[in-house]
Design a binder for this molecule. Structure first.
Ligand code: PMP
Length: 385
């Protein structure tokens, strides 16, 4: 066992202690079969049960309608960038008989990388909005009136990152209404299961597991079933579109119940244990309320000391998962971190690309941890006024 950590790392992130305790046992001896969960075939009965159970628990937690399918693949967010661009380009070709253009809404580090990957792979892509170009920095989401909405008649999909982990920016509401009949794709790697969603509005949701739902090495996909229709490889090649790699080819993965190749069953089992634990606690409604409480408490505390802290993100788009702030006097950075660690508050250093601090308040971070952080911030700020 362990003392409950007060850990605010951005990912891989904290997991519920009781989940890790069960997982530790299951790694040694799963369901009393005398073998660990990581040692059994990914196509065996117990492994299939893990896959099906995890799928069902996602459906239960997020109210996923029958129009959508859930599947899992090796890899994380970055592999998602590549698989999304290739698979959705192919799905559009199947639907319309011609290649389309993908539209990317760039509001931070991760959506920018995803756009760059689509371009790199040769998937025809345009920028719908580049917040840095419009605002000078990734500190806000420009209003939709300022976006360059492409011709929707040949738009294959529109992509956005719902929560920009590095920049601390989260969409309060994506303007779905501006893109009628266009498939909307969201990267929710750092905020899936943090709030209620209307799944019917999305063509695809992709999330790496290692923040809110589990360990690194696996990713979750929720896809509209119609997007699983793709042309033959020959037709895709003839249209000049890159082929999706076979291990990341959505129709193949779905046809094989997420076990076309070796899905890491131990890693998936941890996801399932996290989902079960969340269902027991009260599901998404419970989690969303708790997340709102935690974020409000921390933002209010930081806002109360405007001479000490700077919050670079516009209030309306502040992330409830990743609270980004800097010290006005950056010479105090190391003292802030060191004293924090002395108070057993860890993982507060900001991303190397933006500096400063970042407190990630993922699902497994308790209100008590946030209260301890807030108490420390107050003491620090009072002594440096
Ligand atoms: N998207 C988001 C929102 C992320 O936060 C991250 C990783 N922090 C990624 C994508 C990339 O994920 P990975 O490192 O698993 O490739």
């Amino acid at each position: 066992t362990r003392e409950e950590p007060n850990y605010f790392g951005a990912g891989p992130a904290l997991l519920p202690t009781e989940v890790l305790q069960t997982a530790a046992y299951d790694l040694l001896n799963f369901n009393s079969v005398g073998l660990g969960i990581g040692e059994i075939s990914h196509r065996s009965g117990p492994a299939t049960e893990v896959i099906n159970s995890t799928k069902q628990h996602f459906k239960d937690l997020l109210d996923i309608p029958d129009t959508h399918e859930v599947f899992f693949m090796q890899g994380g967010g970055t592999s998602g960038f590549s698989s999304i661009a290739t698979n959705l380009a192919a799905a559009y070709l199947k639907k319309t008989g011609k290649p389309g253009k993908a539209g990317y809404v760039i509001t931070g580090t991760w959506s920018k990388k995803s756009y760059e990957e689509a371009v790199r792979l040769g998937v025809d892509s345009v920028v719908v909005c580049d917040a840095k170009k419009l605002n000078g920095s990734f500190g806000d989401i420009p209003s939709v009136e300022k976006w360059s909405i492409p011709d929707l008649k040949d738009t294959s999909y529109v992509y956005f990152c719902d929560n920009e982990t590095v920049n601390g920016i989260e969409f309060p509401d994506f303007p779905f209404e501006k893109f009628p009949d266009v498939e909307i794709v969201a990267d929710m790697s750092s905020n899936i299961l943090s709030k209620k969603l209307d799944i019917s509005k999305y063509g695809l949701i992709m999330a790496g597991a290692q923040k809110n739902v589990g360990l690194a090495g696996i990713s979750i996909y929720i896809i509209k079933k119609s997007l699983l229709e793709q042309p033959s490889d020959a037709e895709i090649k003839a249209a000049g579109i890159p082929l999706p790699p076979i291990a990341f080819h959505y129709p193949t993965v779905v046809a094989n119940n997420s076990a076309y190749n070796t899905i890491p069953i131990f890693t998936l089992h941890i996801v399932d244990l996290v989902l079960q634990s969340l269902l027991k606690k009260g599901g998404i409604t419970f989690q969303q309320e708790l997340n709102e409480k935690k974020a409000k408490l921390l933002y209010e505390t930081l806002d109360a000391y405007p001479t000490i802290f700077n919050l670079p993100v516009a209030k309306a788009v502040r992330s409830k998962m990743n609270v980004v702030f800097t010290l006005k006097d950056t010479s105090l950075d190391s003292e802030f971190l060191k004293q924090g660690e002395a108070n057993k508050l860890t993982g507060l250093k900001g991303h190397r690309s933006v500096g400063g601090m970042r407190a990630s308040l993922y699902n497994a971070v308790s209100l008590k941890s946030v209260e301890l952080l807030v108490a420390y911030i107050k003491t620090f700020a009072e002594s440096h006024k």
